[in-house]
Design a protein around this ligand. Structure first.
Ligand SMILES: [Fe+2]
Length: 174
């Protein structure tokens, strides 16, 4: 279950987390993780067939989201201390940026923290864990970091096939 840490408050209950995030146009849902727990837990990598199994397990939810928000493709991303180039990747994720499309992540293993600049320009953290599905809307400033165990597995959805393209805040006059 996600934890939201805002300037003066922390939210842990699903209803309060959803309510807070909705106020900032961040879509948050929880999907049942049980069907894939055995496939993903404790592994530092997933085979192509394991990734396909994950995607087909959630095909109904994924198709519904695709129809709703015009996503065209989905994949499974796995990061672990064994991931080549992990530190360089994290350095890119940690710089404040936005995307021209939504950033959609359904966490199936591990955890991480999105820091999002809310509509009031204040920052808040969303610590995501297995079962959390989050949509950081297009053109919303944010960054992301892993927890000290440096482990996450997530389903991603995309509105274009261009993939993960960040626009960095320090690259734009503001
Ligand atoms: Fe991002």
């Amino acid at each position: 279950m996600a934890i939201v840490r805002a300037t003066t408050k922390e939210y842990r209950r699903a209803s309060s987390v959803s309510k807070f995030l909705t106020q900032h146009d961040v879509d948050f849902r929880q999907w049942d993780i049980d069907p894939v727990e055995k496939i993903v837990r404790g592994k530092t990598a997933l085979s192509d067939s394991e990734k396909s199994e994950v995607l087909s397990t959630y095909s109904r939810e994924i198709e519904a989201l695709k129809r709703q928000n015009h996503y065209v493709t989905a994949d499974v991303v796995v990061l672990s201390p064994q991931t080549p180039n992990l530190e360089n990747l994290l350095a890119m994720f940690r710089k404040e940026h936005y995307h021209s499309e939504d950033e959609v992540r359904f966490i199936i293993d591990g955890s991480g923290v999105f820091t999002i600049r809310g509509k009031d320009e204040r920052l808040f953290d969303v610590e995501v864990s297995p079962g959390d599905m989050i949509v950081v809307p297009a053109r919303t400033w944010h960054w992301f970091d892993l927890k000290p165990d440096r482990t996450i597995k997530a389903v991603r959805l995309f509105q274009t096939t261009a993939g993960w393209t960040p626009i960095y805040r320090d690259a734009k006059p503001n």
